[in-house]
Design a protein around this ligand. Sequence first.
Ligand SMILES: [Zn+2]
Length: 211
Amino acid sequence: MRLSAQRKEIGNACRRMHRDRLVVGTSGNISVRVDDLVAITPSGTDYETLAAEDVLVVGLDGTVVCGEHLPSSELPMHLAVYAATDARSIVHTHSLFATSVGTVCDELPAVHYAINALGGPVRVAPYATFGSDELAAGVAAALHERTGALMRNHGAITIGPTLAAAYDRAVKLEWLSELYWRAMLLGTPSVLSTDELSAVRDQARRKAYRP
Ligand SMILES: [Zn+2]
């Protein structure tokens, strides 16, 4: 079976995504890229019962290489993001707070320094019908120099060099969105500047340095 380890990893992550309440029903999707192949969740399959063999493998042009199901309806978005970035994994969720913020705001601002994990303030990609090339292009553009984006009236997307990294960012993006929502209930949140965020990056490098 092609990309068998990646397909198994995707199955496990889908079940976790469901347990972590990042998706409801069959919404959301995950992919992993290895060279010119992409393993991606099938369309409309219950994640609780998803088996590794249900995960498809497609080429970078979307041609199905192996798998019996239809690929996720967001395949064009996954392929557009792989074409535009150096991502090796993509996690797309409909998590509640991230989707709420993307419905009201034009950007998730830097309300906490943890936003550095996403490359800085998170853009909101314009609304377009799910599965459309227009949505794919908008999301790919929103991810420029970022590892996460919100999708207007739809959900969230995160990318990473591994599925574990992309998944951690999906959880972080949801946490930051909930933090912003809660802070907004209290008043107007203060926002970290670009200089403050880069000082955090410098400090993280210094603290990680072990002579
Ligand atoms: Zn979606």
